[in-house]
Every structure is written in structure tokens, then in C-alpha cells.
Design a binder for this molecule. Structure first.
Ligand code: 5HY
Length: 243
């Protein structure tokens, strides 16, 4: 199967690391392409960045749909533009946040999320409510590390993330941790060993769920709100979408 992993921000180095994490999780028969838009924010930290990441992300989904991609992963933990992407795609579209949440519910009683900055907490909490999983989440925390600092070994990012996981274990009653950023994917295994509990990365979770859905013959339902967009005119910078 052909799987397109879309990093909705425009940082190519982060896209490359996300692609490596996706390939490490993928089955032998899964071809992974990891891409990012050419326009939009360098990182997504809160509602404003999210808004300007969606058009470029959807452009990549539409290109993948035209190219015959079997399934899609949106590799931003806020699941940026997930529902709109499902309207553009035939195959499954998996957000790494939703994927990680669901896997955590299958192996733990309650999980805590540790994301980057505090401004990312509210969008993640809103997604948990939207997905009906807020009752299974003990708390959404932030380790006060900017997204792009995760790629900088000198930033102390891993130590800050580990310390926040320690507080989640001690204070939240969480028996699993969900890493709240695509840029944390490469840290999951070592943090799980260090803290002695499951630490779930959304990139790997989304890749495996996408593979499972395709293997079972499931596609995005077009009989409800994920139906194809209604053809209409689009003015201005999105005029190419007019039909
Ligand atoms: C992500 N931002 O996974 C989110 C995480 C966050 O650019 N990729 C980003 O901090 O909201």
C-alpha cells in the first residue's frame, strides 16, 4: 500500500524525521512518502498557526488523492484540518493525535498527554472532547519546549519532556503517556524504558492504524459529513479549487 504522511508545518527537517519514524513502524509492503506544504507556518503552536497550516496541508492531500494514495496520516498532534482532509480523500485519513489517544485507551486505564507549549493544551483538550475520549485522559500537560527545539540537542528538550512525564506519573494517576508532538516520535522508546510505562508516539500509531484499515478494506465513509465537497466557485487565492 501507498501511505502519504503529511507534516502540515513547513519545516523540512521535521518532515524527514517524521518520515523516518513512519518507515520504522511501517510493514514491509507499505511505501511511505513524507511531505510538507511549501506555504504555511514553520511550526504549529496554537490556533493561529493551525489555521494557516490547513490550506497547504489540504493541497498535499488533494495531490495524494490524485496520485492514487491508499491512506493518509496528518502528522501534527493537533490533528490539524483532519475532517476537511477526510472530505478530500477516498482512503482513510488518520490524525496522529486521535490515533495515539485510541491506542492508549487499549493498553491503559488513564493516560496523560505531554505536549510542547501551554498554548497547545486547549486545542488538544478540545479534540479529546470531540473524539469522546476526554474521560480516559487524566491531563494534558506541556513541557515548555518549542516545537522546533525538539530537533536541537542543546535545547534540553528531552530532559524537560522526561521531567514532565515524571510529574504526570506522580500526580495524574496516568498509567500511560501520549507524546503530544510529531517531533517527539524518536523519543518514545527510550522514555518508556526510563519511566517504566507505555509511552505512545502518534506517528507510529497512525501508520499502523492506516495499514489495518486498508488491509480490512475500509475507506473514509462518504455517506455522512466526510462526503466530497460540493462543487462551487472559490474566489481569490483558492480559485483553483473552483468547480
Ligand atoms: C506538531 N505542532 O505535532 C504540533 C505539536 C504542537 O508543528 N507539529 C507541530 O505543539 O501543537
Amino acid at each position: 500500500m501507498k501511505l502519504l504522511v503529511v507534516n502540515p508545518n513547513t519545516s523540512a527537517g521535521m518532515t524527514a524525521r517524521i518520515g523516518e519514524a513512519a518507515r520504522a513502524a511501517a510493514s514491509a509492503g507499505t511505501q511511505i512518502a513524507a511531505v510538507n506544504p511549501s506555504s504555511g507556518p514553520a511550526s504549529i503552536e496554537g490556533y493561529f498557526d493551525e489555521a494557516f497550516a490547513v490550506p497547504g496541508m489540504l493541497e498535499e492531500i488533494i495531490k495524494g488523492e490524485t496520485a492514487g494514495i491508499d491512506a493518509f496520516v496528518i502528522a501534527c498532534f493537533d490533528d490539524t484540518g483532519l475532517e476537511a482532509a477526510r472530505c478530500c480523500a477516498s482512503g482513510p485519513v488518520i490524525g496522529i493525535g486521535e490515533a495515539a489517544f485510541h491506542l492508549a485507551t487499549l493498553i491503559a486505564h488513564r493516560f496523560s498527554v505531554v505536549t510542547t507549549l501551554s498554548r497547545s493544551i486547549a486545542p488538544i483538550e478540545a479534540n479529546l472532547v470531540k473524539y469522546g475520549l476526554d474521560r480516559r485522559c487524566a491531563r494534558v500537560r506541556a513541557c515548555d519546549v518549542p516545537v522546533l527545539a525538539l530537533d536541537d540537542a542543546a535545547s534540553g528538550a528531552r530532559a524537560k519532556l522526561s521531567a514532565e512525564i515524571g510529574r504526570a506519573k506522580a500526580q495524574d494517576g496516568a498509567d500511560a503517556i501520549v507524546l503530544g508532538c510529531a517531533g517527539m516520535a524518536d523519543l518514545a522508546a527510550s522514555l518508556a524504558r526510563e519511566h517504566g510505562l507505555p509511552v505512545i508516539d502518534g506517528v507510529a500509531a497512525a501508520v499502523k492504524l492506516a495499514e489495518a484499515l486498508v488491509a480490512l478494506g475500509h475507506a473514509t465513509s462518504k455517506s455522512g459529513p466526510y462526503a466530497r465537497p460540493i462543487p462551487k466557485a472559490f474566489a481569490g487565492m483558492f480559485s483553483a479549487l473552483s468547480a
